[in-house]
Ligand binder design. Structure first.
Ligand SMILES: [Zn+2]
Ligand SMILES: [Zn+2]
Length: 348
C-alpha cells in the first residue's frame, strides 16, 4: 500500500481512500463509490485510463462518478490525488497512541473473524483476501453469519456450501502469495446453547467462531448454561464477543449480557476454546475485568478484527493494545501460531 507521498496508481489511490474510510468506520455507502470505481478501471490498461482521463470520458464508465474521475485523473497524471491527501490527513494516523499494541500486532499471523458481502459485510470475498495479504497476514478466516441471523443475511447450508467453492477458487488464484483464505463461520449460539448450523456443515469448515446475537438480556443463569453448552459443543473453536456489549458508535450503546464469567471461561479452558478479544472499537469485548479473569483462568485467546469491510481488517492493533495491557502472553494467542498449528488445534 502506498504511503501519502509517493504517487499511487489510480486503482491504488481509490483502494487506499476506501481502506482509510473503512478503517474509520465510515458507512459502506460512502466508501462504495471508491470501491466501484476501482473495480471499473481495473480491467483497463494504464494507457486506456490515461486517455480517458485526458478526454474526460472516465465518467462514461459505469461505476465512475465525477469525484472518483478526479481521483483517477490526478493519479493517472502522476500526482497524489487531493482527495487521497485529505483522507490520509484525516484518517491515516495510527489507531493507537504511542505505538501501543504494535509489538504484539507484528506477531499476529492472521485473523479469525471476518465478513464478506455474502452476509452483512460490504465487500466481496476476494477484496477481503487482497487486503489481508497487503496487511501481511498468512491467513484470514472467512466467518460469515449463520442462517438464523436473517438481518445479517446469514448463510443457509446450501449458500455456505457454495461459498466454500468460492474460497477454493480464491485460494487457487492467490497461490504463491504465502496466504490462505480459511473456511469458517460465525455461528449463532441459539437459546439453548446449540449452534445454528448442522454438524455435517461445521465439519467441512476449518475454524468456527460461535457468538450470541439474540436475547442478550436473558436471565443470568440461563445465559451461563447457554454459553457453557455452546463452548462444550464439539467443533467449537472461538467464543466471539462474549458479552455483546456496545460501548460507542452509530448503533448506540448497550450493556453486556449477564453470565457467570468464571464458569464460562473455565468451560473454554477445559474444552480448549479461545476467548475472542474483539478489536472493533464499538465492542472492546470482553471488558477489561473479564479479560483479566479469562487470563487468570488460563484461557487461550484470539485477537480478531470482526471486519465487515477490508479497511476494518486493520482494527487488530486495538485488540493487541488491550491484550498487551492485560499482560497476556503471545503463546496463548492462537493467531500468533503458524497456520498448520492453528488448523491442528481447531480440528483436533
Ligand atoms: Zn458477531
Ligand atoms: Zn462477526
Amino acid at each position: 500500500m502506498s504511503g501519502p507521498d509517493e504517487a499511487p496508481t489510480p486503482v491504488a489511490a481509490l483502494r487506499r481512500i476506501a481502506f482509510l474510510l473503512e478503517r474509520a468506520r465510515a458507512d459502506t455507502y460512502k466508501v462504495k463509490a471508491f470501491r466501484a470505481a476501482a473495480a471499473a478501471i481495473l480491467p483497463l490498461s494504464t494507457d486506456d485510463v490515461r486517455r480517458r482521463a485526458d478526454d474526460g470520458t472516465l465518467t462514461e464508465l459505469s461505476g465512475v462518478g465525477a469525484s472518483t474521475a478526479k481521483v483517477i485523473t490526478e493519479a493517472a497524471r502522476g500526482e497524489v490525488p487531493r482527495r487521497l491527501q485529505e483522507t490520509e490527513a484525516e484518517h491515516g494516523r495510527s489507531l493507537t497512541a504511542g505505538g501501543a499494541g504494535e509489538r504484539l500486532r507484528s506477531s499476529l499471523r492472521g485473523d479469525l473473524h471476518s465478513h464478506s458481502d455474502w452476509s452483512d459485510g460490504g465487500s466481496p470475498i476476494e477484496e477481503m483476501a487482497f487486503t489481508a495479504i497487503e496487511l501481511g497476514h498468512d491467513y484470514l478466516v472467512l466467518t460469515d453469519h449463520s442462517p438464523r441471523l436473517t438481518v445479517a443475511n446469514g448463510l443457509s447450508a446450501a449458500r455456505l456450501e457454495r461459498q466454500l467453492g468460492v474460497v477454493d477458487a480464491v485460494n487457487e488464484h492467490l497461490a504463491g502469495h504465502g496466504f490462505t483464505l480459511l473456511k469458517g463461520i460465525e455461528v449463532d449460539i441459539l437459546d439453548d446453547g446449540s449452534l445454528d448450523q448442522s454438524d455435517e456443515m461445521l465439519a467441512k469448515l476449518e475454524l468456527r467462531v460461535a457468538s450470541v446475537h439474540s436475547k442478550l438480556k436473558m436471565d443470568k443463569d440461563k445465559m451461563t448454561t447457554r454459553m457453557v453448552n455452546a463452548v462444550s459443543a464439539t467443533r467449537m473453536n472461538v467464543l466471539g464477543h462474549c458479552t455483546g456489549r456496545l460501548v460507542t458508535g452509530n448503533r448506540g450503546t448497550r450493556p453486556g449480557s449477564q453470565f457467570d464469567a468464571r464458569k464460562v471461561f473455565e468451560a473454554c479452558a477445559e474444552h480448549d476454546v479461545a476467548v475472542e478479544i474483539n478489536s472493533r472499537p464499538e465492542r472492546r469485548d470482553p471488558p477489561t475485568k473479564l479479560l483479566e479473569l479469562a487470563r487468570d483462568v488460563g484461557c487461550l485467546f484470539s485477537i480478531d478484527s470482526d471486519a465487515h469491510a477490508p479497511g476494518q481488517l486493520d482494527f487488530l492493533v486495538l485488540g493487541c493494545e488491550r491484550a498487551e495491557a492485560a499482560g497476556i502472553e503471545e503463546e496463548r494467542i492462537v493467531n500468533t501460531w503458524p497456520r498448520e498449528r492453528l488448523l491442528a488445534w481447531a480440528n483436533r
